[in-house]
Design a protein around this ligand. Structure first.
Ligand SMILES: [Zn+2]
Length: 67
């Protein structure tokens, strides 16, 4: 049985937990840009295979955004 699940990731900027629908992960190991719902920073998210068919999200801040 497959239910819609959400992947959680922590914003490295403010520490807020954001959610990403699993089905919106299109390509594994391809970076996707999402914005933090809390501080609206642009985050780069790379989905990676984890154990037990889980997906790990590697999150980093976009470094080329100018303050
Ligand atoms: Zn944030």
């Amino acid at each position: 049985m497959q239910s819609q699940s959400f992947l959680e990731y922590r914003c490295p900027g403010c520490g807020a937990i954001n959610k990403l629908a699993r089905e919106s992960v299109i390509d594994m190991y391809k970076e996707q840009l999402e914005s933090c719902k809390h501080c609206h920073k642009i985050l780069e998210i790379i989905p990676a295979n984890g154990i037990n068919d889980q997906i790990n999200l590697i999150v980093s801040e976009q470094s080329d955004t100018i303050k």
